[in-house]
Design a binder for this molecule. Structure first.
Ligand SMILES: [Zn+2]
Ligand SMILES: [Zn+2]
Length: 356
C-alpha cells in the first residue's frame, strides 16, 4: 500500500561539536518499522531548543548526539505506514508529539508519558523533522483539522507548552504574572486571556515584545530590569500580588522576583530553563506563602493537544503576530540569526518536495 519514496532526502543535522548546523542533501530516508509512520514534512518550525543546539551550549553538548537530524515541530502528510499501523492512513495531514514515551514506566502507564523516565525526544535523541521525511511512532501522530492552516499546525508543540503551563496553573478569574514574553510566554498571554484570566502582567527586557504582549491581551507590561516593577505589580493586584506566576524566562532574577511577587496561596508554574542552579528564598517566597509550585515539561498527551485544537477552532488564539517569518528550508541559518537578534519570534521553514 505504501507509495514509492526516493531513498535520499534533504536534512539539517548537527554534525560538529561547535556552533552551527549542517545542510545534508544526501541523507537516507528513514526506514519504517511495523508501528511507524513516515511523514513528508511540509512545514517545520524553529524552536528555542533548536537554537540551543545550533549555538551548542552546555546542555546541547551534554545531551545531543552528533549526526542527529534536528527539529521537532512540524506538519506534513503521511506517505508510508508500517504493517501494524491502524491510527492513520497514507495521505492524512498530521503533526506529532515529539516526546516519545517508553510506554512501560510508571508515568507512562499512569497517562503521564510527557514525563516518561526514558523519553526520547524527536530532533534531540532521535532524528527529527528538519528533513523532507520524518519517522514517528503511530502513538505520537496527531491528525490536523482541515480548518487549521499549515503554518499554525507546525507550532502545535510550543503552543502546547504554553497551553499546558496556563492550564496547569489554573488562571480563570485570577491575576496572572508572566515573566518572559518570548515565543511561549507570548503564546501564553493570548491563551491566558482566552482562558478567562483576570489582570495579566508581563515582564521582559525587550520593549518591542512588551508592546506586542499588550496588543495580544496583557494589561500591564514592565521592563524586567526596572527595580520598581514588583512594587508596581503588587499595587495593580489589590496590593496582594498576582495569584498566578507563569515563569517563561529561565532567568534567575525573574524567577526570584516572580516568586517574590506571588500572592500568599498563589500558584507558580515554571517552564523557563535556568542555565545553572538558582538560589531561592524558600521560607519567604514559597513555604510561609503556602505557594504551589509546578514544574512544566512538554505537553500532556493528548489532553493539551485537544485543548490547543479547540482554542484554535474557536478563533480564540491569534498567532499571526507571533509567527513572524516563513522561510525556505535552505534559509534555516537566517532563521536562527533572526531569532538570535530578537527580530523574529517564531520562524517556520517551508520544506521543498520536487514531485508535488
Ligand atoms: Zn519546541
Ligand atoms: Zn515511560
Amino acid at each position: 500500500m505504501n507509495a514509492p519514496i526516493s531513498r535520499m532526502m534533504l536534512a539539517i543535522k548537527k554534525t560538529q561539536p561547535q556552533p552551527g548546523l549542517t545542510w545534508q542533501p544526501q541523507t537516507r530516508v528513514p526506514g519504517v518499522g511495523p508501528g511507524d509512520v513516515l511523514v513528508a514534512v511540509t512545514h517545520a518550525a524553529i524552536c528555542g531548543t533548536d537554537r540551543h543546539i545550533y549555538e551548542w551550549d552546555q546542555w546541547s553538548a551534554d545531551r545531543v548526539p552528533l549526526g542527529v537530524t534536528v527539529g521537532h515541530e512540524f506538519v506534513g502528510r503521511v506517505v508510508a505506514i508500517g504493517d501494524a499501523v491502524t491510527r492513520t492512513q497514507i495521505g492524512k495531514r498530521v503533526s506529532a508529539e515529539g516526546h516519545i514515551g517508553c510506554g512501560q514506566c510508571e508515568p507512562c502507564r499512569c497517562g503521564n508519558g510527557h514525563i516518561c523516565e526514558r523519553v526520547d525526544i524527536l530532533g534531540i535523541d532521535c532524528d527529527g523533522c528538519f528533513a523532507q521525511f520524518v519517522k514517528v511512532p503511530q502513538e505520537n501522530i496527531w491528525p490536523v483539522h482541515d480548518d487549521i492552516p499549515d503554518h499554525i499546525a507546525a507550532v502545535f508543540d510550543p503552543l502546547g507548552n504554553a497551553m499546558h503551563t496556563v492550564m496547569a496553573a489554573g488562571v480563570s478569574g485570577r491575576s496572572v504574572l508572566i515573566t518572559g514574553v518570548g515565543i511561549i510566554g507570548m503564546m501564553a498571554v493570548g491563551i491566558a486571556r482566552a482562558a478567562g484570566a483576570g489582570t495579566i502582567l508581563v515582564t521582559d527586557t525587550n520593549p518591542d515584545r512588551l508592546a506586542l504582549a499588550l496588543e495580544l491581551g496583557a494589561d500591564l507590561a514592565y521592563q524586567a530590569g526596572d527595580p520598581d516593577w514588583p512594587a508596581d505589580a503588587r499595587k495593580a493586584t489589590q496590593d496582594q500580588g498576582p495569584q498566578v506566576l507563569l515563569e517563561m524566562s529561565g532567568h534567575a532574577n525573574a524567577i526570584r522576583q516572580g516568586l517574590g511577587a506571588l500572592r500568599n496561596g498563589g500558584t507558580a508554574a515554571l517552564l523557563g530553563l535556568p542555565a545553572k542552579p538558582v538560589t531561592l528564598d524558600l521560607p519567604n517566597d514559597i513555604i510561609f506563602k503556602g505557594a504551589t509550585v509546578i514544574g512544566i515539561n512538554g505537553r500532556r498527551m493528548f489532553e493539551t493537544w485537544y485543548q490547543v485544537e479547540s482554542f484554535l477552532l474557536a478563533g480564540r488564539i491569534q498567532l499571526d503576530r507571533i509567527i513572524t517569518h516563513q522561510l525556505d528550508m535552505q534559509d534555516f541559518e537566517k532563521g536562527v540569526k533572526l531569532m538570535q537578534s530578537g527580530e523574529a519570534i517564531k520562524v517556520v521553514l517551508k520544506i521543498p518536495h520536487d514531485e508535488e
